[in-house]
Design a protein around this ligand. Structure first.
Ligand SMILES: [Zn+2]
Length: 265
C-alpha cells in the first residue's frame, strides 16, 4: 500500500525536532510522499531544507491568511525566488473568515497575488478556506480558476460546492476531521467528490484523527484517515490508498518529475 499525504507541516517544531522517528514511522505506515507546506516567510527555508534532505518530502511555499502580519515589504519577490529556484507548489494560501482579526481586504490581496504568481510560474496551489466560501469562489472565478491545478486542503465546505471547485481545477483533500462520527456535512461532501479528484492528508501536526496514538499528529496517521475515508465511501483501504496516491502524483507531477522526487522511485 502506497499513501500520499497531500498536506502537512513537517517544519513545525513539534515535528521537526524529532523528524527521524516521524519519517521512519511514516515509511513503515506506507506513506511514500508528503506535500509539506510553508505558511510564512520565516519557515520557507526550513521547508526547502527538509525537502532537499528527504526525497519523499515535496515542498510548497506560501503565506497563510493567519500569518500575513509578519510579512516583509519584499515578501512576494522572496516567494518568487523560492518558487523559481526549486520545483515546488504554492501554498498554503487562502481565506479565513474565522481568523481574528479578519482583515478581509488584506487577505484577499495577499491571496490574489499568490494565485497570480502560481499561474505565471505554472505551479499547483494548496488552498485553505474557512467560512469564506463565497469570497473564495468569487476570486477563483474572477481569476479563471487554477490553471495549473490545486487542492482544497481539509475540505470543510458543503457538498454542493464540490463540483464547482472541481470544475475550476481543484482536487478535494480530506483530513482526519471527516472521520469524526458527528461530521455528517464532511461525509456528504466526501461522497460527492469524483474518484479522480480525491486526496487525503493529515495536516500534521494539527488535527489528529480518531485513534491517533499521540496528541501531535504526524504523517503515519494517514492510515487512520484512509481507513475512515474507505469506511465512509464503502471502498477498501487499498482502493483509497492507490486512488489518492495516483491523484496526488498526477496533480503534482510537474513538481515531482522536475525535482529529485521522481514519480515512480
Ligand atoms: Zn495546513
Amino acid at each position: 500500500m502506497r499513501l500520499f499525504d497531500a498536506h502537512c507541516h513537517l517544519q513545525d517544531e513539534r515535528l521537526a525536532g524529532r523528524l527521524a522517528e516521524v519519517l521512519s514511522r511514516a515509511e513503515k505506515a506506507g506513506v511514500r510522499r508528503m506535500l509539506c507546506c510553508g505558511c510564512h516567510e520565516r519557515n520557507w527555508s526550513t521547508v526547502l531544507a527538509l525537502a532537499q534532505a528527504h526525497p519523499e518530502i515535496v515542498p510548497s511555499f506560501g503565506i497563510h491568511p493567519w500569518y500575513m502580519e509578519g510579512r516583509t515589504a519584499g515578501w512576494l519577490k522572496t516567494l518568487e525566488r523560492f518558487l523559481a529556484g526549486h520545483p515546488s507548489g504554492v501554498g498554503e494560501i487562502g481565506l479565513d473568515h474565522a481568523a481574528s482579526p479578519r482583515a478581509d481586504k488584506e487577505q484577499e490581496a495577499v491571496f490574489i497575488a499568490q494565485l497570480r504568481l502560481a499561474r505565471r510560474l505554472k505551479r499547483p496551489v494548496s488552498l485553505h478556506c474557512r467560512k469564506a466560501w463565497e469570497s473564495l469562489l468569487g476570486i477563483l472565478h474572477a481569476e479563471g480558476g487554477v490553471e495549473w491545478g490545486g487542492l482544497m486542503h481539509s475540505y470543510s465546505g458543503p457538498a454542493e460546492l464540490v463540483k464547482p471547485l472541481e470544475e475550476m481545477g481543484l482536487y478535494i483533500s480530506f483530513s482526519g476531521a471527516v472521520t469524526r462520527p458527528g461530521n455528517k456535512r464532511g461525509q456528504r461532501a466526501l461522497a460527492a467528490v469524483s474518484p479522480d479528484r480525491l486526496l487525503i492528508e493529515t495536516d500534521s501536526p494539527d488535527l489528529p484523527p480518531l485513534g491517533s496514538p499521540g496528541a501531535v499528529n504526524e504523517p503515519a496517521n494517514l492510515t487512520l484517515v484512509a481507513a475512515g475515508v474507505a469506511d465512509i465511501l464503502g471502498r477498501s483501504i487499498d482502493w483509497v490508498a492507490e486512488q489518492t496516491f495516483a491523484n496526488a502524483s498526477r496533480l503534482l507531477a510537474g513538481i515531482i518529475n522536475h525535482g529529485q522526487w521522481k514519480i515512480d522511485s
